[in-house]
Design a protein around this ligand. Structure first.
Ligand code: HEC
Length: 163
């Protein structure tokens, strides 16, 4: 613990990270950078959700990320059908009931609702591309369609927050 504190002091003082066997253990030098620079202003719109719904939504979000990881894994294996099914069921239009989208939507500003719809649509579109790829082997097209799904995650995250 002592060396960690010493290392942190060294970094905060603007010195280079210490070399030697302990250097590898200072695994978050980026924290020092965060301390040195003022955080960028948070321009995201704060949306108020009831506590239960907020917890539920964040759990859904973590499943979205898990689904993306699983889809990528299946694509890498050439298992296009599986990738397609995961996308449709966990992120696509078929997932709306699963996520209680109807309950959540009424707390969302219109732009956020649209961002959610864009995600569901793009995931269903990916599902179709990936199904086709199970015949054509179009990996590039599948990855491009998956990138469009990720872009919808990024777009909503850039604009809104709930905590
Ligand atoms: C309609 C808007 C919207 C879309 C679309 C969206 N998210 Fe989110 N997501 C949010 C909001 C709002 C938060 C909370 C951020 C905050 O308050 O700082 C969040 C948080 C998260 C979190 C953090 C969860 C936690 O436990 O804190 C993960 C992971 C995440 N989203 C993944 C995804 C992925 C992956 C996608 C796309 C497949 C996605 N999200 C699409 C709005 C969205």
């Amino acid at each position: 613990m002592k060396f960690l504190a010493a290392a942190l002091v060294a970094i905060l003082a603007g010195c280079a990270a210490p070399s030697g066997e302990h250097a590898a253990h200072v695994h978050q030098p980026s924290q020092a950078a965060v301390i040195h620079t003022a955080p960028a202003a948070d321009t995201r719109v704060m949306v108020q959700f009831p506590e239960m719904l907020r917890t539920h939504t964040l759990a859904n979000m973590r499943d979205h990320l898990l689904a993306l990881a699983e889809i990528q894994d299946q694509l890498a294996r050439g298992a296009y059908d599986r990738a397609s099914d995961i996308a449709e069921q966990r992120l696509g239009m078929s997932s709306l009931g699963l996520h209680g989208a109807h309950d959540v939507a009424k707390f969302m500003p219109q732009g956020m609702q649209a961002a959610g719809t864009a995600m569901h649509r793009s995931a269903s579109q990916f599902a179709i591309v990936a199904k086709d790829a199970s015949v054509t082997g179009d990996l590039k097209g599948s990855i491009a369609a998956l990138a469009r799904v990720s872009q919808t995650c990024v777009a909503c995250h850039a604009a809104y927050r709930i905590q």
